[in-house]
Design a protein around this ligand. Structure first.
Ligand code: C5P
Length: 302
């Protein structure tokens, strides 16, 4: 018996960052959107915990992913088993399309998918509130990967509140060869900016999402407080943003803590055109995605 769960990548269409808290985390006001780039996690009962990673697509380099108990999917599985006091183990296969250390919460998606898959495999019927709590302990972005859609994130990002989003927003994703560590970007942010400013979500941005009109109505609100810090660490990222604008995008945005860059497009065809033009300029590792899409969900029973 096996269960496969699909979990989406996320982007932050708005990311406001405050001053570091005593525990080292930064208070956030963010608007998450789940987008159509997915990892699939398959779990099977086993005598011992194990994880295998299969990478899909040229933009995913799985070489840095641990294959031991430090892998977030095994931590997720053990946390769920401990929560229910069950002595069970699983073999976990992760089929990755979300870039590693790319600012799209790929590891968080895998952890969320593992929680849902093992809950189903073991017939645990875990309450949603408990799953969200387990998810928050695994990482700030994990609860959102369970919920999906479009949602605000507060606290350190783990307090997720769905918001109404009637749009279908199209994005060009520009991948990068070299991952960027999230703590290093927050560290650069502390040095450069420190978070002493108003970082709240503008209510008008939530109105634009609810109205779901054209991309220009959302583009004006796209913002990421970590962008300067990421550009400081990796000046090459700014060139990807400039190129996307020259190729017709109205607005670009760093995805999460980077290094993936995003460009908003007016529709699927516009997105494909921008991606094609970027390829012609040497930015040949791109994807066209749309959001919002569903959070972690079962796609197969074996
Ligand atoms: O919660 P998560 O494990 O994803 O966080 C990874 C790292 O990112 C943290 O150890 C911290 O350095 C940084 N972080 C932060 N503030 C947040 C979320 C993450 O400083 N709100």
């Amino acid at each position: 018996m096996s269960v496969t769960v699909r979990a989406p990548a996320k982007i932050n269409v708005y990311l406001g960052v405050g001053k570091a808290r005593p525990d080292g985390f930064h208070p956030l006001e963010t608007v998450y959107q789940a987008v159509s780039l997915y990892d699939d996690v398959t779990v099977t009962d086993a005598e011992e915990w194990s994880v295998t990673t299969v990478t899909d697509g040229p933009h995913v380099d799985g070489s840095a992913i641990p294959d031991d108990d430090t892998n977030i999917v095994i931590r997720a599985g053990k946390a769920l088993a401990a929560h229910h006091g069950v002595d069970r183990k699983a073999g976990i296969e992760v089929r990755k399309s979300i870039p590693v250390a790319g600012g799209m919460a790929g590891g968080s998606a895998d952890a969320a998918a593992t929680l849902v898959a093992l809950d189903r495999l073991w017939n645990l019927n875990t309450a949603d509130a408990d799953l969200l709590e387990l998810a928050a302990e695994l990482g700030s972005d994990v609860p959102f990967a369970l919920v999906g859609g479009t949602a605000t994130g507060t606290g350190r990002g783990e307090v997720v509140t769905p918001v109404e989003d009637n749009g279908t927003w199209w994005w060009v994703v520009v991948f990068n060869d070299e991952g960027l560590s999230t703590p290093s970007v927050y560290g650069a942010y502390d040095l450069l900016e420190g978070g002493d400013h108003d970082y709240r979500i503008q209510p008008a941005m939530l109105d634009a999402l609810r109205d779901g009109a054209d991309s220009d109505s959302l583009a004006v609100f796209l913002y990421n407080d970590l962008e300067d810090a990421a550009f400081y660490l990796r000046p090459d990222l700014e060139r990807a943003a400039e190129a996307a604008l020259e190729c017709g995008a109205t607005m670009t945005l760093l995805s999460g803590s980077g290094p993936t860059m995003l460009a908003i497009a007016s529709g699927a065809e516009d997105a494909r055109n921008i991606a094609g033009m970027l390829t012609g300029r040497g930015f040949d590792r791109t994807a066209v995605v749309h959001g919002p899409v569903a959070g972690a969900h079962v796609v197969a029973y074996g």
